[in-house]
Design a protein around this ligand. Structure first.
Ligand code: DUT
Length: 140
């Protein structure tokens, strides 16, 4: 997979072992006050294999270490996002005052197959049995 580094000081992306998602690093030191938002550059861009997209999520420890959440919950990197300036970003919302240092590992990604072409057919009724509203199966 082709990868471009927008910053030469961060560590190179490594695949640790089969199956594991791949960690990505902040490409600049970012200081945020509680309630602030910033798109944190991840310092990389990639040409994903044809038919694949990438999904980016925070590391499990990201909130514990940095007090930020990812505002889109999951970042979708489209296959077409592969131009020379198409750097990946982490949209961060701070719930406390925090500093993320350059090169800190803040999120992880994997690639997934893109969904097949979909044709929508409008109908008046759906034929299946109603499943019930959200939460209808209870909590136990
Ligand atoms: O967490 C993310 C999510 C997206 N992207 C990049 C890759 C993606 O291909 C592009 C556009 O993302 P998306 O389609 O989700 O954003 P949008 O809000 O619909 O904007 P656009 O008008 O650019 O499509 O932004 C990131 O770098 N990080």
């Amino acid at each position: 997979m082709k990868i471009k580094y927008f910053d030469n000081e961060i560590d190179k992306v490594e695949k640790i072992s089969a199956g594991d998602w791949i960690d990505l690093r902040a490409a600049e030191t970012v200081t945020l006050k509680a309630g602030e938002f910033k798109l944190i550059p991840l310092g990389i861009g990639m040409k994903l294999p044809r038919g694949y997209e990438a999904h980016v999520v925070p590391r499990s420890s990201t909130y514990k270490h940095f007090g930020v959440i990812m505002t889109n919950s999951t970042g979708i990197i489209d296959n077409s996002y592969a131009g020379d300036n198409d750097q990946w970003f982490f949209p961060a919302y701070a719930l406390r005052d925090t500093t993320i240092n350059k090169n800190d590992r803040i999120c992880q990604f994997r690639i997934n197959e893109v969904q097949p072409p979909i044709k929508f057919i409008e109908v008046e009724h759906l034929d299946e049995v109603d499943r019930g509203g959200i939460g209808s199966t209870g909590v136990n």
